[in-house]
Design a protein around this ligand. Structure first.
Ligand code: MN
Ligand code: ZN
Length: 355
């Protein structure tokens, strides 16, 4: 039996490098992809630690998956052998209410690669050709992994329907918040206000297009919001990239009338919000989950030079050393921006910034 290596989370806290049967193409999964790189996302760490309520075990994790097409079935028309691709992580039933309304990312029978079905921490996988998107020429595999987190930001902005007279609050400047800023600014809103408790991140945000920043540990969050926004109106779009227990209530309280509040968190912990807070301003509270076929849009933005994915991966790790990669990720070392696993024997190292 031909076998491949894979990283399988057997149960929370137990990571194993396993031998699996080589995947084969069939009628549905008509493309065989040799995986080249898979990102380590916060949600992968959550599955490893058992804090992701959606995940089932044992599971090959990884949903930020890039690779090379090495075999195509007769029915595969979208890609050909030799194409460099990224794989959509969302698989949907196609017939439920959400699917019929063009929203497969919240399909009632949603199966996310690396969460509900096996993902990309392995050497080969078979997928439908329609789930493959051809990478921009010249974009390295390790950098191309970032297309996936960028699709998440594009999805949130499409839910927010940002207009040029909007004043947008981005709450949080971690991995998600920084990607959000790079997409929000493409909509040219009147103001982009970034909030975070780390001053260095706020300085970076100002360099990267934020018009105003708030550090709620050092200044009164609501007062500063009123000072910054036109006529003290409050933000008309609030996107929560911090996703802490209380950030929803804070976003609602800070929002201007007729505003949109976008939630992206997955915490199950109850928090206090009031009817009055929402009704009196007639707010739209909108969830944004995964992404709805946003890969081509992001790939086009990269090709047009509107989104830059270079020099943002801080660490590259051979996937057979995944245990040390997850352990290092758990140290929350300040040098960590993004860790990427590769399948072709690159040693664990800090990725040089230039090459
Ligand atoms: Mn991700
Ligand atoms: Zn469905």
């Amino acid at each position: 039996m031909e076998t491949i290596k894979a990283v399988r989370i057997m149960k929370p806290g137990e990571l194993r490098i396993v031998e699996e049967e080589m995947p084969h193409i069939d009628e549905v999964n008509n493309v065989l992809v040799k995986v080249k790189a898979s990102g380590l996302c916060g949600s992968d760490a959550g599955i490893y630690h058992g804090t992701n309520a959606a995940a089932t075990y044992p599971r090959i994790i990884g949903h930020e998956i890039v690779g090379e097409v090495v075999e195509c079935g007769a029915s595969a028309s979208k890609v050909k052998v030799g194409d460099r691709v990224i794989i959509d992580q969302v698989t949907a039933c196609g017939h439920c209410y959400a699917c019929r309304h063009g929203r497969p990312n919240v399909c009632q029978n949603l199966k996310v690669r690396g969460v509900h079905i096996d993902g990309g921490y392995r050497e080969y996988m078979a997928v439908p050709d329609k789930d493959c998107y051809i990478l921009p020429e010249g974009l390295r595999y390790v950098d191309a992994v970032l297309i996936e987190p960028t699709t998440i930001a594009v999805q949130a902005c499409s839910r927010a329907q940002i207009q040029e007279d909007d004043e947008v609050l981005i709450n949080g400047q971690g991995a998600l918040g920084t990607r959000m800023l790079s997409i929000v600014k493409l909509h040219h809103p009147k103001k982009i206000i970034v909030s975070d408790i780390v001053d260095e991140k706020l300085q970076d945000a100002l360099r990267n297009g934020a018009t105003d920043v708030i550090n709620p540990l050092k200044e009164n969050f609501f007062e500063k919001l009123r000072d910054i926004t036109t006529d003290g109106y409050g933000p008309t779009v609030s996107i929560d990239c911090a996703c802490t227990k209380d950030s929803l209530g804070t976003m609602i309280q800070g929002s201007g009338n007729a505003g949109r509040v976008i939630t992206m968190g997955f915490t199950n912990t109850p928090t206090e919000v009031t009817n009055f807070g929402i009704t009196s301003k007639e707010l739209d509270i909108r969830g944004s989950r995964l992404q709805n076929r946003k890969f081509q849009e992001v790939i086009d933005l990269v090709k047009e030079g509107k989104v830059n994915l270079d020099h943002q991966i801080s660490h590259v790790c051979d996937f057979r050393e995944a245990q040390s990669g997850f352990d290092f990720n758990d140290t929350h070392d300040p040098s960590i921006r993004k860790i990427v696993f590769t399948m072709e024997g690159e040693p664990y190292k800090v990725r040089p910034d230039k090459d």
